[in-house]
Write a protein that binds this ligand. Structure first.
Ligand code: ADP
Length: 261
């Protein structure tokens, strides 16, 4: 039989195990809480910036007795731009929140991936044309996959938009589609400015932007790639980036052909 000493040792070990488990969970909760707080503080900051600019612009118009028409138009134009920026941030945030919802909200159907990519390129061609960027879609085989069409449209739209936005005049964007018996593969390649190596680890993070895209005044919220990654991950896929500064960037996406719940 068991002596009472044995029992004491067992109870002690058990208590210690439970207390260690408890510590581990509370640690995990703290990390979660910190990242949530950081996200909220980032969001607030991003949303406040355009409002601060608009306030300054509006005040400087209001405090002048007589505003020359030209100046009035200039400031109103700036205010309209800030409103557009605010609108873009809110739209992206709503997309991100939608993406982050549980897999239960997925709308999985068979989708012709060639059609999906073709439509994205067609929609973005007018923007590419402004910089005389050539856009090519190369499909190596027909691909029908069980996916959420809306989420993947947003993901690939963001990738192709970036490939245009961070490209040069007369550049090119090359999208390819391929598959094997398990996965389909989409690559978005561009001849753009590239991403510095030290930034590659961070570009999928919310609100992260490479310094250069700040200073060169290319519009963006820093949420596009976070949205794309979230959409790919919810399909149990993977997204990778490779880039050479001054030469171009390639995003490679791999997604299972059949949805795994
Ligand atoms: P943004 O709204 O700034 O485009 P993203 O999350 O889509 O935000 O991208 C994050 C950052 O990664 C961008 O600010 C840019 O610096 C860099 N980046 C993304 N795609 C490309 C690309 N195709 N070529 C060069 N840089 C890119």
């Amino acid at each position: 039989g068991h002596s009472s000493e044995d029992l004491e040792v067992r109870t002690y070990t058990e208590t210690r195990r439970i207390s260690e488990e408890f510590n581990k969970i509370s640690m995990q909760m703290r990390v979660l809480d910190e990242s949530r707080q950081e996200f909220v503080s980032n969001v607030s900051h991003e949303l406040k910036t355009p409002i601060t600019s608009m306030k300054v612009l509006a005040d400087s118009l209001l405090t002048q007795e007589e505003v020359p028409n030209e100046l009035y138009r200039e400031f109103m134009g700036d205010i309209a731009e800030e409103i557009e920026r605010e609108n873009k941030i809110i739209t992206d945030l709503l997309s991100l929140v939608k993406m982050d919802k549980k897999a239960a909200t997925l709308n999985i159907e068979p989708v012709d991936m060639n059609d999906l990519l073709e439509l994205i390129l067609k929609r973005l061609r007018p923007i590419a044309a402004k910089k005389n960027i050539e856009m090519v879609l190369e499909s190596f085989r027909p691909v029908t996959a069980e996916v959420d069409e809306g989420r993947l449209t947003l993901a690939f739209t963001n990738l192709v938009e970036n490939a245009i936005k961070y490209n040069k005049e007369n550049g090119w964007v090359h999208v390819s589609l391929d598959a094997d018996h398990k996965f389909f593969y989409v690559k978005v390649m561009d001849s753009g400015m590239g991403i510095p190596e030290e930034s590659l680890d961070y570009i999928f993070e919310r609100f992260y932007r490479v310094d250069k895209s700040h200073s060169s005044e290319i519009d963006g919220t820093g949420l596009g790639l976070a949205i794309a990654k979230s959409a790919v991950l919810v399909h149990k896929g993977a997204i990778k980036v490779s880039s050479k500064l001054g030469e171009g960037t390639t995003f490679s996406v791999r997604i299972p052909l059949t949805y795994i719940a």
